[in-house]
Unconditional design. Structure first.
Length: 155
């Protein structure tokens, strides 16, 4: 007698996590009959939002894909100039690191080596952009004093 064949849609569990050091764990399913009641109870009893961060904590900075020289322009997402790297907002603010979305359309004012993060001091932004005004508003609402922890070395 053979056991029932495993359904193709049944959740599969794997311990393979790759070479690291960073991992993303995903839950491709939800157990609604457990999660919904506890989420409702948290909201009603404690006034607690589920999965709602109080403020942003991570941003995506622009990092040079190649050696960049003054006059180079950051063309577009996926272009040959920069790639995005997730970084803590404390470090972004303390080191004036350039968010990748703000960098689009900017021209470099000084050289930046390959795999080095760009800063606001490295670029000249076109005048009158809406994205710059919105970023300033965002920082006015969520900006805080930078924490002492910053990262100086990028590999």
């Amino acid at each position: 007698m053979h056991p029932k064949p495993r359904s193709a849609t049944a959740p599969r569990f794997s311990i393979e996590v790759g070479e690291g050091p960073h991992y993303v764990f995903s839950t491709p399913y939800h157990l609604c009959h457990f999660e919904v009641p506890s989420s409702v109870a948290r909201a009603v009893l404690f006034g607690d939002a589920v999965l709602a961060p109080r403020e942003p904590s991570v941003g995506v900075i622009a990092v040079a894909k190649k050696d960049l020289k003054p006059g180079d322009m950051i063309e577009e997402f996926g272009s040959f100039e920069v790639y995005g790297l997730a970084e803590n907002l404390d470090a972004i603010r303390a080191e004036r690191l350039l968010p990748i979305g703000i960098g689009l359309g900017c021209t470099l004012t000084r050289a930046v080596g390959k795999d080095q993060p760009l800063t606001f001091d490295d670029v000249q932004a076109p005048a009158g952009r809406v994205v710059d005004r919105l970023y300033q508003e965002q920082e006015a609402v969520f900006g805080t004093q930078p924490a002492a922890r910053t990262r100086k070395a990028y590999a």
